[in-house]
Write a protein that binds this ligand. Structure first.
Ligand code: HEC
Ligand code: HEC
Ligand code: HEC
Ligand code: HEC
Length: 195
């Protein structure tokens, strides 16, 4: 290779590396919880927090039978299942397996708000607030504006539990957003408990 070719290959490689670098990482519930105590407390008792448990043998037997799944089987390491029952499956920083990434078990903050390594810095630097646009540029997601955030798991063709199986699995986005006990309520005052 000529020197110029070597340089251009190196340049392309560097651009690729910075693109990889640019993608935010998953940082885990505890990091968010350090500032958002109210949401964290509420979320801990929600169905999303416990969503991994339903993959265990003996859980939700009736529902599994209806979906022609084996109620006595352990689905907690099944690649076809875990993706929607954990946070950041196979993504940078996210869930790998129970042993190495236990903090990403269940559907947590970053499943709905996006991988947080970049926007958490924005939050930290701007305790009195920031614009949505700034946050979105750093990878924050807004499930109230964008149904796709929820549809990554709900009413998805890869989920065994969809409306084709039973009407009760029909996903009505606007109605689902109102079920605050499924994630956390809107705090009365500022949720920010850092100051
Ligand atoms: C260092 C403290 C801190 C950390 C860490 C932090 N936040 Fe925030 N967050 C804030 C502050 C401050 C605000 C803006 C004031 C407010 O809304 O209470 C905010 C606002 C938000 C909002 C509302 C956004 C908007 O546009 O109004 C969401 C959602 C949020 N944070 C989620 C998270 C999640 C998820 C994590 C973890 C990945 C996280 N935050 C980490 C301090 C933090
Ligand atoms: C594409 C995302 C996705 C995949 C893949 C997925 N699930 Fe789920 N699962 C969901 C969602 C969303 C719900 C909640 C459905 C509802 O209540 O409307 C759910 C609910 C469940 C429930 C509770 C059902 C009930 O009525 O109590 C069980 C059990 C379950 N899933 C097991 C599995 C198993 C086993 C697999 C693999 C064979 C799997 N899931 C794969 C998204 C997924
Ligand atoms: C099932 C989805 C879901 C999960 C899980 C979830 N949230 Fe939220 N959260 C939302 C939605 C939807 C909103 C409304 C704003 C938006 O669309 O981002 C919201 C709003 C917020 C706000 C702004 C509250 C306000 O009105 O001032 C904060 C802060 C927040 N979430 C933090 C968290 C933290 C911390 C966790 C984890 C402990 C978490 N959320 C888990 C869906 C979720
Ligand atoms: C990473 C996957 C994932 C994402 C993203 C997600 N959910 Fe869920 N959600 C689940 C799973 C899995 C369950 C089932 C938990 C169970 O049955 O124990 C569930 C359960 C629920 C339930 C309770 C279902 C019922 O019938 O009571 C509601 C409501 C809900 N989700 C709303 C939302 C909304 C609104 C959003 C978007 C802001 C969202 N979810 C995003 C995976 C997800």
């Amino acid at each position: 290779m000529k020197r110029r070719q070597v340089l251009s290959v190196m340049f392309i490689f560097m651009v690729m590396m910075s693109a990889v670098e640019a993608k935010p990482k998953y940082i885990g519930v505890e990091k968010c919880a350090s500032c958002h105590k109210a949401e964290h407390l509420a979320w801990k008792t929600s169905v999303h927090a416990k969503a991994f448990n339903v993959l265990k043998p003996g859980k939700r037997k009736k529902a599994k039978l209806l979906a022609e799944l084996d109620p006595e089987k352990d689905y907690t390491a099944d690649k076809k299942c875990v993706g929607c029952h954990v946070t950041g499956y196979r993504e940078k920083g996210g869930f790998k397996d129970v042993a190495s990434t236990p903090e990403f078990i269940g559907v947590s903050c970053e499943s709905c708000h996006g991988a947080g390594s970049k926007y958490a810095v924005l939050h930290n630097d701007n305790p009195s607030g920031f614009t949505k646009q700034e946050a979105i540029e750093l990878g924050q997601l807004y499930g109230v504006d964008d149904e796709a955030v929820c549809l990554a798991c709900h009413a998805h063709k890869d989920s065994p539990f969809h409306e084709g199986l039973d009407d009760k699995y029909k996903f009505d986005w606007k109605a689902a957003l109102k079920i605050h006990k499924a994630y956390h309520p809107k705090p009365k005052k500022s949720s920010f408990s850092f100051m």
